[in-house]
Write a protein that binds this ligand. Structure first.
Ligand SMILES: O=C(O)CCC(=O)C(=O)O
Ligand SMILES: [Fe+2]
Length: 311
């Protein structure tokens, strides 16, 4: 079983209907799919890889003092001190080093090309995400622009647009730390992921089984978050995913989140409700995020319940 790989350029030609159907299937059956010929220049992707790899190098020293490394060191030390060890694993850490880029936060100046390259990349990703939202509108039978409009309070609010640059360094004790990132569904809207083309580890839960999101050179992975599930009234379920830690690889991943504005009101879009299965509340996305930050690694249903209680 492999997640769908879709040729995005086919949307422009005679095979448009087929491409639309493939995307609908990816959204309905998987919550994850990969795009090839997505329109982001490969030459730009090459530059993104390069500047992010450089950035990781500059951050390597800092990772040595990070929480996961400290916790693992402590556990290993405890192991050595005790004779009889019942193996305890570290289950509440992610073996990763991350930072987030937004339009108005501080960005690294090393390497010197980092800022301009990532700015260019984010502009391309934004275009792609907005195109995808229109395709989802079309597939859901919604008027063009509905999802974007809901995310932005009818165009008055600025959507959240953040890029999480992650590095998953090799983990020396996979017997004690198994995960680079614990299982979760994403809180927001449309996620555009440029993952490592060699080192795998990302997996999606499908029918009770973890399925690899196979590394594919120059492809872009798309997944949908909890807000698309709500807007589509359960037709597009946000999928559980996780990242396995590895003992010998350095995995790079750049995930960009196109989410509603904090003040945007989210609720199922009536037209999408046709064959929807959900009963979702109406809430402010910011209120949802307040719940999410405390419950990220838990099931989503209690989050909807909790946010209902806020209103
Ligand atoms: O690193 C990855 O491939 C996935 C990251 C992810 O799922 C997230 O940041 O929410
Ligand atoms: Fe995620």
């Amino acid at each position: 079983m492999a997640i769908p790989v879709i040729d995005f350029s086919k949307l422009e030609g005679e095979e448009r209907a087929k491409a639309l159907a493939q995307i609908a299937n990816g959204c309905e059956e998987w919550g994850f799919f990969q795009l090839v010929n997505h329109g982001i220049p490969v030459e730009l992707l090459e530059r993104v890889k390069k500047v992010c790899n450089e950035c990781y190098k500059n951050r390597a020293e800092g990772f040595k003092d990070s929480r996961p490394v400290q916790l693992l060191d402590r556990l290993v030390q405890e192991e050595e001190e005790k004779e009889e060890v019942e193996k305890k694993k570290l289950e509440d850490v992610d073996w990763e080093d991350v930072f987030v880029l937004e339009d108005d936060n501080q960005w690294s100046s090393h390497p010197p090309q980092f800022k301009e390259t990532m700015k260019e990349y984010r502009a391309e990703v934004k275009k792609l995400a907005e195109k995808l939202m229109e395709i989802m509108d079309e597939n859901l039978g919604l008027e063009k622009g509905t999802i974007r409009s809901r995310f932005t309070g009818g165009g008055h609010l600025r959507p959240f647009f953040g890029t999480k640059v992650s590095h998953y360094p090799p983990c020396p004790r996979l017997d004690l730390v198994e995960l680079g990132l614990r299982p979760h569904t994403d809180a927001g809207g449309v996620i555009v992921l440029f993952q490592d083309d060699h080192v795998g580890g990302l997996q999606v839960l499908k029918g009770g089984e973890w399925v690899d999101v196979q590394p594919l050179a120059d492809a872009i992975v798309i997944n949908t978050g909890d807000q698309i599930e709500v807007l589509s009234n359960g037709r597009y379920k946000s999928a559980w995913h996780r990242v396995l830690a590895t003992s010998d690889g350095n995995r790079r991943s750049i995930a960009t989140f196109y989410n509603p504005a904090a003040q945007a009101t989210i609720s199922p879009a009536a037209e999408a409700a046709g064959d929807g299965t959900g009963t979702y509340p109406e809430f402010l996305f910011g209120d949802y995020m307040d719940v999410y930050v405390k419950q990220k690694y838990m099931t989503k249903e209690p989050r909807f319940e909790a946010v209902k209680a806020v209103n």
